[in-house]
Design a protein around this ligand. Structure first.
Ligand code: SAM
Length: 190
Protein backbone atom coordinates (compact mmCIF):
# COMPACT_ATOMS: atom_id res chain seq x y z
CA UNK A 1 0.00 0.00 0.00
CA UNK A 2 1.21 3.47 -0.82
CA UNK A 3 0.12 6.25 1.53
CA UNK A 4 -1.57 9.21 -0.13
CA UNK A 5 0.79 12.14 -0.55
CA UNK A 6 -0.35 15.50 0.79
CA UNK A 7 -1.91 17.19 -2.23
CA UNK A 8 -3.61 14.00 -3.51
CA UNK A 9 -5.00 13.44 0.00
CA UNK A 10 -6.43 16.99 0.07
CA UNK A 11 -8.15 16.23 -3.25
CA UNK A 12 -9.40 12.90 -1.94
CA UNK A 13 -11.00 14.65 1.06
CA UNK A 14 -12.70 17.10 -1.30
CA UNK A 15 -13.92 14.26 -3.52
CA UNK A 16 -15.28 12.32 -0.54
CA UNK A 17 -17.11 15.39 0.78
CA UNK A 18 -18.46 17.24 -2.26
CA UNK A 19 -21.46 16.10 -4.27
CA UNK A 20 -23.23 17.58 -7.24
CA UNK A 21 -25.23 20.68 -6.21
CA UNK A 22 -23.09 21.54 -3.17
CA UNK A 23 -21.87 24.99 -2.09
CA UNK A 24 -18.09 25.13 -1.61
CA UNK A 25 -15.51 27.82 -0.79
CA UNK A 26 -12.02 28.07 -2.27
CA UNK A 27 -10.51 30.48 0.25
CA UNK A 28 -7.25 31.00 -1.69
CA UNK A 29 -7.72 30.99 -5.46
CA UNK A 30 -4.04 31.30 -6.40
CA UNK A 31 -3.70 29.93 -9.92
CA UNK A 32 -7.18 28.43 -9.83
CA UNK A 33 -6.21 24.73 -9.83
CA UNK A 34 -8.29 23.86 -6.77
CA UNK A 35 -11.15 26.05 -7.99
CA UNK A 36 -11.36 24.14 -11.25
CA UNK A 37 -11.21 20.81 -9.42
CA UNK A 38 -14.03 21.85 -7.07
CA UNK A 39 -16.11 23.37 -9.89
CA UNK A 40 -16.10 19.94 -11.56
CA UNK A 41 -17.26 18.27 -8.34
CA UNK A 42 -20.20 20.64 -7.63
CA UNK A 43 -21.55 20.24 -11.16
CA UNK A 44 -23.88 22.59 -13.02
CA UNK A 45 -26.28 23.03 -10.07
CA UNK A 46 -23.59 23.71 -7.48
CA UNK A 47 -21.78 26.92 -6.57
CA UNK A 48 -18.15 27.71 -5.77
CA UNK A 49 -17.12 30.94 -4.02
CA UNK A 50 -13.46 31.86 -4.55
CA UNK A 51 -11.40 34.49 -2.75
CA UNK A 52 -8.02 36.07 -3.35
CA UNK A 53 -6.39 39.39 -2.56
CA UNK A 54 -4.20 39.50 -5.69
CA UNK A 55 -5.25 40.73 -9.10
CA UNK A 56 -2.93 38.19 -10.78
CA UNK A 57 -4.61 35.31 -8.98
CA UNK A 58 -8.07 36.55 -9.95
CA UNK A 59 -7.10 36.91 -13.62
CA UNK A 60 -5.35 33.52 -13.86
CA UNK A 61 -8.22 31.74 -12.12
CA UNK A 62 -10.83 33.30 -14.40
CA UNK A 63 -8.77 32.34 -17.46
CA UNK A 64 -8.46 28.75 -16.25
CA UNK A 65 -12.20 28.50 -15.57
CA UNK A 66 -12.98 30.04 -18.96
CA UNK A 67 -10.77 27.50 -20.73
CA UNK A 68 -12.83 24.71 -19.17
CA UNK A 69 -16.27 26.34 -19.53
CA UNK A 70 -16.73 26.52 -15.74
CA UNK A 71 -17.20 30.25 -15.08
CA UNK A 72 -20.98 30.01 -14.66
CA UNK A 73 -20.78 27.95 -11.49
CA UNK A 74 -18.06 30.05 -9.76
CA UNK A 75 -18.36 33.45 -8.05
CA UNK A 76 -15.01 35.15 -7.59
CA UNK A 77 -14.34 37.79 -4.95
CA UNK A 78 -11.28 40.02 -5.21
CA UNK A 79 -11.21 40.16 -1.44
CA UNK A 80 -9.72 38.49 1.61
CA UNK A 81 -11.43 35.32 2.85
CA UNK A 82 -11.94 37.10 6.19
CA UNK A 83 -14.85 38.91 4.44
CA UNK A 84 -16.53 35.60 3.80
CA UNK A 85 -19.72 35.92 5.81
CA UNK A 86 -20.27 39.47 4.56
CA UNK A 87 -19.92 38.41 0.93
CA UNK A 88 -21.64 35.05 0.68
CA UNK A 89 -25.29 35.59 -0.28
CA UNK A 90 -27.89 34.88 2.41
CA UNK A 91 -29.32 31.97 0.39
CA UNK A 92 -26.06 30.05 0.81
CA UNK A 93 -25.25 30.95 4.42
CA UNK A 94 -25.71 27.76 6.43
CA UNK A 95 -25.27 25.59 3.33
CA UNK A 96 -21.49 25.49 2.80
CA UNK A 97 -20.33 21.85 2.53
CA UNK A 98 -16.57 22.28 2.18
CA UNK A 99 -13.79 24.84 2.08
CA UNK A 100 -10.14 24.64 1.12
CA UNK A 101 -7.27 26.91 2.10
CA UNK A 102 -4.02 26.40 0.25
CA UNK A 103 -1.93 28.68 2.45
CA UNK A 104 1.25 30.65 1.80
CA UNK A 105 2.17 32.67 -1.28
CA UNK A 106 1.16 32.54 -4.93
CA UNK A 107 3.77 30.40 -6.76
CA UNK A 108 5.83 32.52 -9.16
CA UNK A 109 4.61 35.78 -7.66
CA UNK A 110 5.38 38.27 -4.89
CA UNK A 111 6.44 36.13 -1.91
CA UNK A 112 5.71 38.94 0.52
CA UNK A 113 1.96 38.55 -0.08
CA UNK A 114 1.12 35.58 2.11
CA UNK A 115 -1.84 34.32 4.08
CA UNK A 116 -1.82 35.52 7.68
CA UNK A 117 -2.84 33.63 10.83
CA UNK A 118 -5.33 36.28 12.05
CA UNK A 119 -7.26 36.43 8.79
CA UNK A 120 -7.07 32.67 8.21
CA UNK A 121 -8.45 32.00 11.70
CA UNK A 122 -11.14 34.65 11.27
CA UNK A 123 -12.28 32.93 8.05
CA UNK A 124 -12.27 29.49 9.73
CA UNK A 125 -14.43 30.82 12.55
CA UNK A 126 -16.89 32.32 10.09
CA UNK A 127 -17.01 29.06 8.14
CA UNK A 128 -17.74 27.04 11.26
CA UNK A 129 -20.83 29.23 11.67
CA UNK A 130 -22.10 29.00 8.10
CA UNK A 131 -21.27 25.38 7.22
CA UNK A 132 -23.63 22.47 7.42
CA UNK A 133 -22.88 19.76 10.03
CA UNK A 134 -20.23 17.34 8.72
CA UNK A 135 -18.96 20.01 6.35
CA UNK A 136 -15.17 19.97 6.06
CA UNK A 137 -12.53 22.72 6.10
CA UNK A 138 -9.20 21.63 4.62
CA UNK A 139 -6.05 23.59 5.43
CA UNK A 140 -2.92 22.82 3.41
CA UNK A 141 -0.20 24.37 5.53
CA UNK A 142 3.08 25.40 3.88
CA UNK A 143 5.59 26.09 6.62
CA UNK A 144 8.91 26.10 4.74
CA UNK A 145 9.06 29.93 4.67
CA UNK A 146 9.41 32.23 7.69
CA UNK A 147 5.81 33.51 7.71
CA UNK A 148 4.59 29.97 7.07
CA UNK A 149 6.18 28.69 10.28
CA UNK A 150 4.44 31.47 12.22
CA UNK A 151 1.11 30.68 10.57
CA UNK A 152 1.58 26.94 11.23
CA UNK A 153 2.14 27.50 14.96
CA UNK A 154 -0.82 29.85 15.30
CA UNK A 155 -3.14 27.50 13.40
CA UNK A 156 -2.08 24.40 15.34
CA UNK A 157 -2.62 26.23 18.63
CA UNK A 158 -6.03 27.49 17.47
CA UNK A 159 -7.13 24.11 16.09
CA UNK A 160 -6.06 22.16 19.18
CA UNK A 161 -8.30 24.43 21.24
CA UNK A 162 -11.47 24.05 19.15
CA UNK A 163 -14.11 22.50 21.40
CA UNK A 164 -14.45 18.83 20.41
CA UNK A 165 -18.22 19.20 20.69
CA UNK A 166 -18.00 21.77 17.89
CA UNK A 167 -15.59 20.05 15.48
CA UNK A 168 -13.26 17.11 14.92
CA UNK A 169 -9.75 18.13 13.87
CA UNK A 170 -7.43 15.80 11.96
CA UNK A 171 -3.76 16.32 11.15
CA UNK A 172 -2.31 14.41 8.17
CA UNK A 173 1.42 14.81 8.05
CA UNK A 174 4.56 12.86 7.21
CA UNK A 175 6.84 13.06 10.23
CA UNK A 176 10.18 12.06 8.73
CA UNK A 177 10.38 14.12 5.53
CA UNK A 178 13.00 16.81 5.16
CA UNK A 179 12.63 20.48 4.14
CA UNK A 180 9.29 21.10 5.86
CA UNK A 181 6.89 19.74 3.24
CA UNK A 182 3.25 20.89 3.49
CA UNK A 183 0.75 19.04 5.64
CA UNK A 184 -3.01 18.96 6.09
CA UNK A 185 -5.32 19.94 8.90
CA UNK A 186 -8.95 18.96 8.26
CA UNK A 187 -11.74 20.36 10.44
CA UNK A 188 -15.10 18.56 10.40
CA UNK A 189 -17.96 20.62 11.79
CA UNK A 190 -20.14 18.55 14.13
N1 SAM B 1 -5.06 27.07 -4.32
C1 SAM B 1 -4.18 27.77 -5.21
C2 SAM B 1 -4.02 27.02 -6.52
O1 SAM B 1 -4.69 25.98 -6.71
O2 SAM B 1 -3.28 27.46 -7.37
C3 SAM B 1 -2.87 28.17 -4.56
C4 SAM B 1 -3.05 29.22 -3.47
S1 SAM B 1 -1.59 30.13 -3.07
C5 SAM B 1 -0.62 28.93 -2.21
C6 SAM B 1 -2.11 31.20 -1.76
C7 SAM B 1 -2.98 32.36 -2.23
O3 SAM B 1 -3.58 32.98 -1.08
C8 SAM B 1 -2.24 33.49 -2.96
O4 SAM B 1 -2.74 33.63 -4.25
C9 SAM B 1 -2.51 34.74 -2.12
O5 SAM B 1 -2.71 35.90 -2.89
C10 SAM B 1 -3.79 34.34 -1.41
N2 SAM B 1 -4.10 35.10 -0.20
C11 SAM B 1 -3.29 35.71 0.71
N3 SAM B 1 -4.01 36.27 1.69
C12 SAM B 1 -5.32 36.04 1.42
C13 SAM B 1 -6.56 36.36 2.06
N4 SAM B 1 -6.60 37.06 3.20
N5 SAM B 1 -7.70 35.96 1.47
C14 SAM B 1 -7.70 35.26 0.31
N6 SAM B 1 -6.56 34.90 -0.34
C15 SAM B 1 -5.39 35.29 0.21
Amino acid sequence: MKLDRILPYAKKLLEMTINSGDVVVDATLGNGHDTLFIANLVGECGRVYGFDVQEDAIRTSIERLNQHGMTDRVTIFHSGHEQLSKLLPAEHQGKVKAAIFNLGYLPGSDKSIVTKPETTISAIEQLLEIMIPEGIIILVIYHGHADGAIERDALLTYCQEIDQKKAHVLQYRFLNQQNNPPFIVAIEKR
